[in-house]
Design a binder for this molecule. Structure first.
Ligand SMILES: [Fe+2]
Ligand SMILES: [Fe+2]
Length: 245
């Protein structure tokens, strides 16, 4: 089922509660009554078409209108990607850390050893994720903006051409690793080897959060790889073809 602008935003959440985190990433707070998506987007100054494309691509994995999403400006796409980064680093990861802390506290001293392995693993994972994000925010996104500016100005300069030769979307594609895959080992330790905690629901809660984070990171990477990359590649190609040395 396709989500459209006349639908009530409340209905969308009843339809798929996972979208709640996407909605909040756009800065929309609960309490919107019976307002339609169109209406809420107007209230929050959000581009309704972009909002719908993101909701639909998360709601239905088969719905991925690459061409349509590619029609949006780099600014809109990057702003959304940045908000997701912020959500991972400042909301999701601290939430999981808190749960892990509660899990750790629930073990008696003598059985803490296996638990410490998880702690070490998660700390390592957090570092990797934050490196991945830093690289995109400080290197990739600024580059992407400079390519878009040069493309829109329709006048390729020596600077932008040498910048493309120096680092292009091909390089990004090559170095863009799957941070979500590394969560697999952590989940496995929890599923297979962790001694049963006093409250098994705690362990399940951590697992649910890890699965959710993994799916979310997957969808995020899909937008980077399938929307941002082809869009910028197209502009890089145009610039290189129209540069008169
Ligand atoms: Fe990212
Ligand atoms: Fe990424």
């Amino acid at each position: 089922m396709l989500i459209h602008s006349k639908m009530k935003l409340a209905e969308v959440i009843h339809l798929n509660y996972h979208l709640l985190q996407i909605i909040s990433r756009f800065g929309i707070n609960l309490g919107f009554g019976d307002k339609s998506i169109e209406h809420v987007c107007r209230d929050y100054f959000i581009d309704v078409d972009f909002f719908l494309e993101i909701l639909n691509s998360y709601h239905n994995k088969d719905y991925f209108p690459q061409k349509h999403l590619q029609g949006f400006s780099v600014g809109l796409i990057v702003e959304y990607l940045r908000k997701s980064h912020e959500y991972y680093l400042h909301t999701k990861i601290p939430e999981i850390e808190q749960l892990l802390q509660r899990l750790s506290d629930s073990y008696p001293e003598e059985t803490r050893e296996t638990y410490q392995l998880i702690d070490k693993f998660f700390t390592g994972y957090k570092l990797e994720l934050s490196d991945h994000i830093q690289r995109e925010e400080h290197k990739v996104y600024p580059y992407v903006f400079s390519v878009e500016n040069a493309y829109l100005a329709r006048n390729p300069t020596v600077e932008i051409v040498s910048s493309i030769h120096n680092y292009s979307m091909d390089d990004f594609e090559e170095e863009h690793d799957n941070v979500e895959d590394k969560l697999y080992d952590l989940k496995n330790i929890l599923i297979k080897y962790l001694p049963l905690p006093a409250d098994p629901r705690l362990c399940q809660a951590v697992l649910f959060e890890l699965f959710r984070l993994e799916t979310d990171l997957n969808d995020h990477a899909r937008i980077e790889d399938k929307v941002l990359v082809p869009k910028v590649k197209y502009m890089e190609k145009w610039i290189l073809e129209h540069f008169n040395a």
